[in-house]
Ligand binder design. Structure first.
Ligand SMILES: Nc1nc2c(c(=O)[nH]1)N[C@H]1C(S)=C(S)[C@@H](COP(=O)(O)OP(=O)(O)OC[C@H]3O[C@@H](n4cnc5c(=O)[nH]c(N)nc54)[C@H](O)[C@@H]3O)O[C@H]1N2
Ligand SMILES: Nc1nc2c(c(=O)[nH]1)N[C@H]1C(S)=C(S)[C@@H](COP(=O)(O)OP(=O)(O)OC[C@H]3O[C@@H](n4cnc5c(=O)[nH]c(N)nc54)[C@H](O)[C@@H]3O)O[C@H]1N2
Ligand code: SF4
Ligand SMILES: [Mo]
Length: 694
C-alpha cells in the first residue's frame, strides 16, 4: 500500500517542507513540498539523504547509561523507565541542594523549544540557551540596534532583486532550499551577484563579480562603500530623510575611510569599490547587501553586520520589493499564532543567567537565546554560581563551541550530563545518559509558525513508526518533569494532544494540514508602505544609525576601524564553513553523505604552501593556542594567502558512529573561545594557526 505524507525536513534547521511517499511501511521517496512556492519539489543533498538516516543502524537505538569513565565508551542498554528514573532522581537531588539554576539546557532552536524553555522555567532556572548566538548572535544584536527587530523577523526578497551582494554568504553550498531557488530565479531575471570571500566558493563561481578579500576586513570595505555612497549622494534621499536617525554623525565619521584607504586594508582595488557603490545605487531600492550568518567572524562583528544593514538602509531597500523585508505574523491578517507552553504562569526567577546576558556585564545579546559559548567559563569559574547539570538537547557543546579541550575540562566538573540526541554525537558519547529521540520521519512535532510576506503554519507529521526504542523530545522532557514534580506544566499525553492544544483558538485543526502540509492566514504578500508606514521598533521609530540600544549600554555607534594584523611566516588565519553535503556536526556519519564526503581537508594557498614545502595531499599539523591536529592539505590558488580553510564538523570521537570516527580534523579543537562581547557571536575566524608539514 502506498501513501503520501506532508511533513518537514530536519536534516538541518532550515526545516524545508517535504512530501514523503511510503510504500508498505517503508519510506520510498522524499521531495520538496510541491505546493509550497519556492520549493517546487526540490531538496538539497542532505534532505535527500534523510532516508539513510532513518535506516541507519548506527543511530542510538535505545536509552543508554554510561558504565565506565566519561567518554570511554562503555555503555549499558537500559529501559526508558530506568533511564528516566535515574535522570529524575539525580536532577532532583541537584535542584534540592544547589537550586534549579544549577541546571542548564542547551539546544539547537527547534519546534519543541517552548517545551524545554517551560521545563527550565518550572524549575526556576534562567539557564536555557540556544545555538543562536553561536550561529549569528551579532547579526541578531545588529538588527535590534538598527531596526528594533531580531534578524529572524527579517528576510530578503532575492527573486525581485536587481543586485545582491554577499559577504561569505555561500548560499550555493550553505544551503536553504527556498532562498537558493529564489536567488536562481533572481539571476535568471537579470539580477547581478557580487560575492566577497577570501576563498573561491561555489557561490563565487556563479557571481558576476568576486572580491578575494583579506580575511577579517569586511568592515573596512563597507566603510569605504558608505564613504562613496555619502560623498557622491548615491543614497535614496527621500527614504533616508524619512527613516534614518544619525546621518550627520555617520557623514562626519566616515570621511577618512576612503576607497584608497580600504584598498590597503582589504586588497580590493579602490576603483572596484567605487564602481560597486555606483552600480549598486543605480539599482536601488531593489538591492540586497545580504546580512548573512557567518563570513567575517571577529570580535568586532557587530559593527560589520551593522555596516551591511546601514548600506541597505542608504539604498532604501528595507521593506522594499527586491530588498529586505520584515516577516509578517498572523496578527497582520487578524489571525492568531499557535499557543506555546511558555504562555503559562511560572515561579519568579531571581538569579542572573549563567552567561550574564541581560546584566551590565553583557547587556546586548538576546536573552531569549543566551550566549552558549560562555558555558565553559561559567562552569570553570563558578561565576555567577556553580552549575551542576547539563541537558544537551540536539546540540553538541564539544564540537559546536570553540576550544573543545576547554569545554571538556568544564563538562568534567558537572555532576550530570544528559544528551537527547538521535546519533552517537561527541556529546552523547561523553554523556552519563543518552535519551534517544525518534528521527524526524518517526515523530510528530510542535507547530512551525512560519512568518513571512504571507504568514503560514506548517506541521511535521509522523511518517512511519519509530524503528528503535526512541521517543519524541517533548514527551521525554514531560516524563522527566513528572519525576521531579513539575508534571503539571506539560498538559498533554501525546504529540497529537500537544499539537491540538497549540491549535486551540487559531481556527485551524490538525486535519487542515493533511492536504498540503500547511495552512495560510491570508493570500497576498504583505509589504508595508515604505514611504510612511514601516513599523520600526526602535525607541525613535526610525532606523537608528546612531543607536540608542548601543549607546545606552556604553558602546559606540561608529567605532574607529582597527586594522587586522598581517599574518606571515608559517602562520595563517583559520577560517571555516560548510559544504552542500553536510550539516554542521551531525551528518558526517550518515551512510550516503559520508560516502560522498568522508573527511575534511585544509585549503592552503599554493604560493604559501610551496614556501613551507607542503604539497597537495600531504599531511600537515595545524596548531593554535587551543589545540593541535593533523589533516590533509588541499593546495590551491583559490584561497587568500593569509587564510587556511577547513570544513566544520569532522574529527568525531564516538566509536559507535564508525563511519565518521576519527575522520578529518575538528575545527572546534583548534579554535579559541573568543567572542564579540558586544554582539554575542563567537569570533570563529579570529584564531591564528601555524601550519607545518607532518
Ligand atoms: N567550531 C565551530 N562551531 C560552530 C560552527 C562552526 O562553523 N564551527 N557553526 C555554528 C553554527 S552556524 C551553528 S548553527 C551551530 C550548530 O550547532 P549544533 O546544533 O550543535 O549542530 P547540529 O549539527 O545542527 O546538531 C547538533 C546535534 O543534534 C543532533 N540531532 C540531529 N537531529 C536531531 C533530532 O531530530 N533530535 C535530536 N534530539 N537531536 C538531533 C545531532 O546528532 C547533533 O549531535 O554551531 C555553531 N558552532
Ligand atoms: N549544506 C549546509 N547548508 C547549511 C548549513 C549546513 O550545515 N550545511 N547550515 C545552515 C546554517 S545554521 C547556517 S548559519 C548557514 C551558514 O551559511 P554561510 O554564512 O554561508 O556559512 P559558511 O558555510 O560558514 O560560510 C562562511 C564563508 O565565509 C567565508 N569567510 C571567512 N572569513 C571571511 C571574511 O573575513 N570575509 C568574508 N567575506 N568571508 C569570510 C568562508 O570562507 C566561508 O566560505 O548555512 C545554513 N545552510
Ligand atoms: S536545506 Fe536541505 S537539509 Fe535543510 S531542511 Fe532543507 S532540504 Fe532539509
Ligand atoms: Mo548557523
Amino acid at each position: 500500500m502506498e501513501k503520501e505524507v506532508y511533513s518537514i525536513c530536519f536534516m538541518c534547521s532550515i526545516r524545508c517542507p517535504i512530501r514523503v511517499v511510503v510504500k508498505d511501511g517503508h519510506v520510498k521517496w522524499v521531495e520538496g513540498n510541491p505546493h509550497v512556492a519556492g520549493m517546487e519539489g526540490s531538496l538539497c543533498p542532505r534532505g535527500s539523504a534523510g532516508i539513510s538516516l532513518l535506516y541507519d543502524d548506527q543511530r542510538v537505538q535505545s536509552p543508554m547509561m554510561r558504565v565506565g569513565e566519561r567518554g570511554e565508551g562503555h555503555w549499558k542498554k537500559v529501559s526508558w523507565e530506568k533511564a528516566l528514573d535515574y535522570v529524575g532522581e539525580k536532577l532532583k537531588g541537584i535542584i534540592d541542594e544547589y537550586g534549579g539554576h544549577s541546571v542548564v539546557l542547551g539546544e539547537r532552536t527547534q519546534l519543541a523549544t517552548h517545551v524545554s524553555k517551560t521545563f527550565l522555567k518550572a524549575i526556576k532556572s534562567p539557564n536555557h540557551f540556544t545555538h543562536d548566538a553561536i550561529c549569528k548572535g551579532s547579526v541578531n544584536t545588529a538588527c535590534r540596534s538598527l531596526f528594533g527587530y531580531v534578524d529572524s523577523q527579517m528576510s530578503v526578497d532575492m527573486k525581485n532583486a536587481k543586485h545582491i551582494i554577499m559577504y561569505g554568504r555561500n548560499l550555493f553550498e550553505s544551503i536553504e532550499v527556498k532562498p537558493v531557488n529564489n536567488l536562481m530565479a533572481g539571476l535568471e531575471s537579470g539580477a547581478e551577484l557580487t560575492y566577497i570571500d577570501p576563498r573561491v566558493t561555489v557561490t563565487a563561481t556563479k557571481a558576476h563579480r568576486y572580491f578575494q578579500i583579506r580575511p577579517g576586513t569586511d568592515l573596512a570595505l563597507n566603510y569605504a562603500l558608505i564613504h562613496v555612497v555619502l560623498k557622491e549622494r548615491l543614497y535614496d534621499a527621500a527614504y533616508v530623510d524619512r527613516w534614518v536617525l544619525g546621518l550627520p554623525e555617520l557623514q562626519e565619521f566616515i570621511q577618512p575611510y576612503t576607497p584608497e584607504w580600504a584598498e590597503k586594508e582589504t586588497g580590493i582595488p579602490a576603483g572596484a569599490i567605487v564602481d560597486l557603490a555606483r552600480r549598486v545605487s543605480k539599482d536601488k531600492p531593489q538591492v540586497i547587501f545580504h546580512f548573512g550568518y557567518r563570513g567575517a567572524n571577529h570580535p568586532n562583528e557587530i559593527y560589520t553586520r551593522r555596516s551591511i544593514m546601514i548600506l541597505n538602509s542608504l539604498m532604501g531597500s528595507v521593506e522594499a520589493k527586491g530588498g529586505f523585508f520584515f516577516k509578517k505574523g498572523p496578527a497582520e491578517e487578524g489571525g492568531k499564532a499557535a499557543r506555546k507552553l511558555t504562555g503559562q504562569d511560572f515561579p519568579k526567577i531571581d538569579v542572573p543567567r549563567f552567561d550574564k546576558v541581560g546584566t551590565p556585564d553583557f547587556p546586548l545579546p538576546d536573552p531569549n537565546h543566551g550566549v552558549g559559548q560562555m558555558l565553559p567559563f561559567a562552569i570553570l569559574n563558578q561565576d555567577p554560581y556553580p552549575l551542576k547539570a547539563m541537558i544537551a538537547y540536539r546540540f553538541d557543546p564539544l564540537m559546536s563551541i570553540p576550544d573543545t579541550n576547554l569545554t571538556r575540562k568544564a563538562l568534567d566538573k558537572l555532576d550530570l550530563i544528559v544528551a537527547i540526541d538521535i546519533n552517537y554525537s561527541d556529546i552523547a558519547w561523553y554523556a552519563d545518559v543518552i535519551l534517544p529521540e525518534s528521527c524526524y520521519f518517526e515523530r510528530t512535532d510542535c507547530i512551525m509558525q512560519a512568518n513571512g510576506l504571507k504568514p503560514q503554519m506548517f506541521l511535521r507529521r509522523q511518517v512511519v513508526p519509530p524503528r528503535y526504542d526512541t521517543r519524541d523530545g517533548a514527551m521525554i522532557l514531560k516524563q522527566i518533569g513528572e519525576r521531579i514534580g513539575i508534571g503539571e506544566y506539560f498538559p498533554y499525553e501525546s504529540m497529537d494532544d500537544l499539537v491540538r492544544w497549540q491549535l486551540e483558538g487559531t481556527g485551524f485543526t490538525m486535519e487542515d494540514f493533511e492536504s498540503k502540509g500547511f495552512v495560510a492566514y491570508g493570500k497576498k504578500p504583505i509589504f508595508w508602505d515604505r514611504r510612511d508606514a514601516i513599523k520600526f521598533k526602535t525607541p525613535s521609530g526610525k532606523i537608528e544609525f546612531k543607536s540608542s540600544l548601543m549607546e545606552n549600554a556604553g558602546f559606540q555607534s561608529f567605532p574607529p576601524y582597527e586594522a587586522m594584523p598581517k599574518i606571515e611566516g608559517d602562520q595563517f588565519r583559520l577560517i571555516v564553513g560548510r559544504n552542500a553535503l553536510h550539516t554542521h556536526i551531525s551528518t558526517q556519519n550518515n551512510p550516503y553523505l559520508n560516502e560522498l564526503c568522508p573527511e575534511n581537508e585544509l585549503w592552503i594557498n599554493d604560493q604559501r604552501a610551496k614556501e613551507l614545502g607542503i604539497a597537495d595531499g600531504d599531511w600537515v599539523y595545524v596548531t593554535s593556542k587551543a589545540g593541535e591536529g593533523k589533516i590533509k592539505a588541499k593546495v590551491t590558488e583559490l584561497i587568500h594567502p593569509e587564510a587556511v580553510f577547513m570544513l566544520h564538523g569532522f574529527g568525531h570521537t564516538a566509536e559507535k558512529a564508525a563511519r565518521s570516527y576519527q575522520k578529518g580534523l575538528s575545527d572546534a579543537l583548534i579554535q579559541e573561545n573568543i567572542s564579540d562581547m558586544i554582539g554575542g557571536s563567537p569570533a570563529l575566524h579570529e584564531t591564528v594557526v601555524t601550519v607545518k608539514a607532518a
